[in-house]
Design a protein around this ligand. Sequence first.
Ligand code: GTP
Ligand code: MG
Length: 370
Amino acid sequence: GHEITVGDLARQLSVKAGELIKKLMAEGVMATINQNVDFETATLIASEYKYEVKSNLVSLDDILSSKKDAYESADQQERPPIVTIMGHVDHGKTSILDALRKAKVAAGEAGGITQHIGAYSVEKDGRKVAFLDTPGHEAFSAMRSRGAQVTDIVILVVAADDGVMPQTVEAISHAKDAGVPIIVAVNKIDKPNINLDRVYTELTEHGIQSEEWGGDTQFVKVSALQGTGLDDLIEAVLLQSEILELTAATDVPGTGAVVEAHLDKGRGPVATVMIREGTLRVGDHVVAGTKVGRVRAMTNHLGKRLKSAGPSTPVEIVGLSEVPMAGDTIDVVEGERQAREVAAWREEQAAAMASGKSSAASLEELLSKV
Ligand code: GTP
Ligand code: MG
């Protein structure tokens, strides 16, 4: 079976080995710091620390089955889907995002100055959809490999005049690897001389078959340029999201993923964050990857100031002491001390990983084999 030493587990949980040994004894497990405990025991202990050192467990949490139980016992609420738009170069990803955003701004959010923060949400008939600005396939995989899978649905953009191209195929395989359902947006249908049958056939050859053709993938014909089909696209996303029954606990400390971050001359480090679970509040102590801080101000994608934000909300935050990396997980912690502990632990993990040492290796093993 999979095993982990008590010392490694203690480090991963950011607790003293002695404390962990006591806890194990209470569970009837006698083990010294260098001895192994089995996976079940590690999971049990990890779940006990969930709220105390939650942030340490985020990467573990995502995979450990105990997390599910913990969140299920917390109050679950429906949450908006988080959508990533992918596709070949120039097939119109940005145009579709812009058209969706503009349509909304024009339709009722006039007065709010739309600023580009790399993620935003669109509302239709009172239902929200969160979009991640196309992060590029590498960023998507990098985020995934760090456990920060933030996408529920992929919109695959395929230009009707160009069909399936290398990055289309790549996007399909990324989405499939991630187990994320695909909605196809056949874009540029305003163009003359397009052959939709050809596009459908090419996609079928790659395992993506439209519902119209008896498959199970929603295809939506759009023109970002002319603004046609965009409502249908949102509808398709909402329909898919109903099937997925997406929920999240709101009444727990926030956890999310850094979508992008930069240093602003006036405001210092600024990070765009997609909240996945729980609630993030102004004043919260956080750790983003290995960077610590306290949320000083938070705004939504329209530049509106927020005091708190729940699951599937994209926000921009200031208050970190340094610029984190895209794909870093960000977590609310109890205080500055805990933030530093978590950051130190992560740095240690990264260093161990880089030098191929055992603690990281065993962590990896533990994670990948579950
Ligand atoms: P990269 O970010 O470079 O990968 O490209 P992209 O997929 O974001 O494509 P982008 O939105 O930049 O569009 C590429 C080109 O296609 C631009 O010149 C757009 O004006 C054009 N375009 C996008 N959508 C449509 C459409 O619906 N119809 C037509 N005719 N042109 C479009
Ligand atoms: Mg683009």
